[in-house]
Write a protein that binds this ligand. Structure first.
Ligand SMILES: C[S@@+](CC[C@H](N)C(=O)[O-])C[C@H]1O[C@@H](n2cnc3c(N)ncnc32)[C@H](O)[C@@H]1O
Length: 264
């Protein structure tokens, strides 16, 4: 999902709706080894309008599903669609999704600890500094025995080797080239060779091992994509379990478990 589609014309919004994947629940269910979701509280962090619940196999009870997102409009739509679920607007700054938000605003305390905190394709759009800050805060919101799982995209990984020779970064750049014919994908790819992580600003500027910069005064950019290699994230989160993509997705999964033991 692209932010310009969210903010765009009715036609663009219709296009966005068509392209939204609904496999997030099945993805986490597999990555987490088919856990027992029954009676478990779930925070869908950066959950947009609750796409996780759209999966036909989703067994999370709406009453125990919390969605927190920086996009007010998404939260409003989600609440309308799934009124029994809990919807929280988190007015934190994000350069493309919520440029009017408050920088560094702490994650609101919802008064409960979660059995699962899931974040699909969220830290693919925040700076590395924010990744550390937010993962640290979210970990502290886990119930004893709880699990935090978030996805990330490895720039050098080939997600669909049978059908696409391109790695994830190349695939993404090629999508951007569809609307920006002058984009020199090869030059950007050469620049990214060997990067442990990189940021792509507005689909055309690449920053290697750096969160990058966007120069306008409003501190806004239309699209902001961050890529981490699996090796890099494993080094940054040594106690994490890092798993390759499943279900035809391009996203790896980073799983962090609460250090505290579940209540007896
Ligand atoms: C690519 S969308 C993914 C949405 C949803 N997880 C899904 O899979 O359909 C990224 C979402 O992350 C949200 N987001 C970005 N920065 C955030 C932050 N710091 N905290 C919470 N949500 C954030 C955006 O508003 C957007 O809804």
């Amino acid at each position: 999902m692209e932010v310009h589609l969210w903010r765009g014309s009715p036609e663009q919004r219709a296009l966005r709706d068509q392209s939204r994947p609904t496999g997030q629940f099945a993805y986490f269910d597999i990555q987490l080894g088919h856990p027992n979701w029954e009676g478990k509280s779930v925070l869908d962090y950066g959950g947009n309008r609750g796409n996780l619940l759209l999966n036909p196999d989703c067994v999370i009870r709406h009453e125990q599903y919390y969605c927190m997102d920086v996009l007010q409009e998404a939260i409003d739509e989600g609440r309308e669609r799934f009124p029994k679920a809990r919807w929280v607007h988190y007015n934190r700054y994000n350069c493309s999704f919520n440029p009017e938000g408050i920088e560094g605003l702490p994650v609101p305390d919802l008064g409960i600890r979660f059995d699962f905190i899931l974040a699909f394709s969220v830290f693919t759009h925040t700076t590395r500094e924010e990744l550390y800050d937010l993962v640290g805060q979210l970990r502290s919101r886990l119930a004893p025995g709880g699990t935090l799982a978030f996805t990330f995209i490895d720039p050098h990984f080939r997600s669909w080797p049978e059908t696409h020779a391109a790695n994830n970064l190349q695939w993404r750049l090629e999508r951007f080239r569809e609307t920006n014919r002058s984009l020199d994908v090869d030059v950007l790819l050469v620049r990214s060779l060997g990067a442990a992580w990189c940021a792509l600003v507005d689909g055309r500027q690449i920053f290697v091992n750096s969160s990058g910069a966007w120069e306008n005064e409003a501190q806004t950019c239309m699209t902001y994509d961050v890529f981490y290699t699996a090796k890099f994230l494993q080094r940054e989160f040594p106690d994490a379990e890092i798993l390759p993509p499943v279900k035809g997705q391009m996203q790896h999964c980073c799983i962090l478990r609460s250090s505290a033991l579940p209540d007896a």
